[in-house]
Each structure stands twice: as C-alpha cells, then as structure tokens.
Design a protein around this ligand. Structure first.
Ligand SMILES: O=P(O)(O)OC[C@H]1O[C@](O)(COP(=O)(O)O)[C@@H](O)[C@@H]1O
Ligand SMILES: [Mg+2]
Ligand SMILES: [Mg+2]
Length: 330
C-alpha cells in the first residue's frame, strides 16, 4: 500500500505543499495519540475559557489547536494560519507560499462521550500583492490547493484532495504512516439517507421544513421512498459516512439567533468539506450559492451547508427555491 507522501510526489504536487501536508500528518499522529489516551492523558472535559465565537472550549480543543499551530509554524512554507480557536491569524515565515485554515477539533461535544471527532484543514496559496494580514485568507474555496480531514474513530483516517480526486488513507499505527486505502472515491448521485439535527426543525425556513417532511413521509409521500436518518454531531464523521455510503448532510439557515443564523464556519468547515465532496462527484451548496464560489469577508464567517449526493442536494435546493418563490408544489 502506498504511503501518503509518495502518492503526492507521484501526482507531482509542489514540494513546498508536500512539506505543509507532511506537517499536518505529524499533527494528526500527535492528536490521535492523545484522543486515544482519553482520560489517561487528562484531555477530557471543558476549560473555563470561551473561543472568539463564544463557545466553551474543551481541553482537547485548546491542546489540538496549540499542537497544530506550533507544528505548522515550524514549517518554512507556512506564511500564516487561521484557526477556529484563534481570534486573528497567526503569522509564520514571511517567505512562506501557503496559508492554512483549520478546525483543530471538530465535533467537540463528542469528546467526553468517547465518540468520533476530527480535524479539518484547508490550504490556500498566498495571493500576489498581499497586505500580509488577514486579507490574505479572504479567498473563495475554489482557490484551495489542498484540503482534508482526519477522523479519529476506531481507526484513524485521512480524507484528502489536491484536486486530483479524493483519496482515503488509514493510519497504520504499527509504523506510524498513513497508507492509501481508497482512491478516486465517488458518491452515488441518489441516496435514501440524510443527516440533519432534527431538533432545529421549528427554526428552519419553510422550504427546508417541507423538504424534510417529504423525506419523513417515505413511500406514502411525494418522494415515494423511505429515507433513513443519521446524525453523529461531528461534521467530520457525518461527511465521512457520506463519502463511504452516500447521503445528504445539512446544517441550514435557522432562526434561533438573529446574529447567528448559521452554525458551521466557511473557511475551515464549509470550504474543505465542499471541495472533498465535489471531488467525489457530489455537490455542496449554501442554500444560496455553490459553497466554493463564496467570497469570504471574515475568517470566522458562518455559512449554510447542504452537501452530499448530487441529485439529492439539487432536490433539496428546489424545495428552498420553491418556497421562496411561493411555489409549494416542488
Ligand atoms: O450540536 P449540533 O447542533 O448537533 O451540531 C453539531 C455540529 O457542530 C459541530 O460540532 C461544530 O464543530 P466544532 O465542534 O468544531 O465547533 C459540527 O462538527 C457538527 O456537525
Ligand atoms: Mg467544527
Ligand atoms: Mg472545532
């Protein structure tokens, strides 16, 4: 089985980018070891602090953030990093060619129940004639040069793309190497499984409510088939399931809080996941536009997310458009 770095060389990926990816691979091994040690490593539980987004930080959020930041900033090719757990960007080498945005620990609420969590990352090129500041990061997701996630589950997996298809690697813990276990992965355009936090139903737009109502109606409803539901509450794990067996994932607009109508973040959740899904032949949309086309205005900006099986995403979008145009008969 092929190791991660030789597959990148085979694909003729730029050596500087390979070096950034190698640093991310080191981070994955460090974090997975601590996740695996759990209570023994003293990493469970919350801290007294909140991140910039007002969310209580878990010990593992802080530790993972610290590890990734330190390891990436040691890489001479990293110009700056942006993290869910950092208010501003953190500068690295002025000559670095790449920017890395990351969610150090995704699915934080799963930490204390020994369930799946992950790390999500997105690598962008440093734009020419840049300000040297946060503006460098404000590029649409279609500019990404590498993106992926590490899933800390029963086995440690890396889903990864540089735009040459989607590959899955599994960490061989006996030798400490990520080995290629699936290449050119594709998602079926049709599905009969969806993932959404149903407890938010009453807060959604009418189109989303109508869409989910029709999924639940099964064979007796207009979709004329039964749909199954899954929700791991860690985007990494829900997206991983979709890559493995198809499905639709949505964290849509909701009306719970006027100044926070979306939960998930564009730069280090939406963009990397959208690219992985598109590379696998799926679709990723905000409800208003293709996620990868969104021009960010803030490194922590939030976004609606509807992604997965291409035809199912298109069907969901027709319900959203239909209800906005007053046509309820989608
Ligand atoms: O608590 P909810 O509504 O189920 O939300 C779960 C979602 O929130 C997240 O945990 C947010 O990510 P963080 O854990 O990195 O803040 C996603 O991974 C997941 O899809
Ligand atoms: Mg997250
Ligand atoms: Mg997180």
């Amino acid at each position: 089985m092929q190791r991660l770095i030789p597959t990148l060389r085979h694909d003729q990926v730029d050596e500087a980018l390979i070096s950034v990816i190698n640093s991310l691979q080191i981070c994955a091994k460090e974090i997975s070891f601590r996740v695996g040690q759990g209570e023994l490593a003293g990493v469970l539980g919350s801290t007294l602090s909140e991140n910039i987004q007002g969310e209580t930080q878990k010990k593992l959020d802080i530790l993972s953030n610290q590890l990734i930041k330190e390891i990436l900033l040691e890489c001479q090719h990293v110009r700056a990093v942006a993290s869910e757990e950092e208010e501003g960007i953190v500068l690295g080498n002025e000559q670095g060619k790449y920017l890395v945005a990351f969610d150090p620990l995704d699915g934080s609420s799963n930490i204390d129940i020994n369930s799946m969590v992950g790390t999500i990352f997105s690598v962008l090129p440093v734009p020419e004639n840049n300000s040297g500041d946060v503006d460098m990061f404000l590029q649409p997701g279609k500019n990404q040069v590498a993106a992926g996630y590490i899933l800390y589950g029963p086995s440690i997996m890396l889903a990864f793309t540089t735009g040459q298809g989607l590959r899955l690697f599994t960490l061989d813990q006996t030798v400490g190497e990520f080995l290629l276990t699936k290449k050119d992965l594709k998602i079926e355009p049709e599905t009969s499984e969806f993932a959404i936090n149903m407890s938010n139903f009453r807060h959604w737009q009418e189109g989303m409510q109508l869409y989910v109502d029709d999924l639940l109606a099964g064979t007796s409803g207009p979709r004329a088939k039964n749909f199954n539901m899954r929700w791991v509450a860690a985007m990494v794990a829900d997206v991983h399931r979709i890559l493995c067996r198809g499905g639709l994932f949505a964290y849509p607009w909701d009306a719970r809080s006027a100044n926070k109508p979306y939960k998930l973040r564009l730069m280090y959740e939406g963009n990397p996941m959208a690219w992985l899904i598109e590379q696998a032949g799926g679709a990723a949309h905000s409800g208003e536009e293709r996620i990868l086309d969104i021009q960010p205005t803030d490194i922590h900006q939030r976004v609606g997310i509807i992604l997965g099986a291409k035809h199912e995403v298109e069907t969901c979008l027709r319900y959203l458009e239909g209800s906005q145009s007053g046509d309820k008969t989608v």
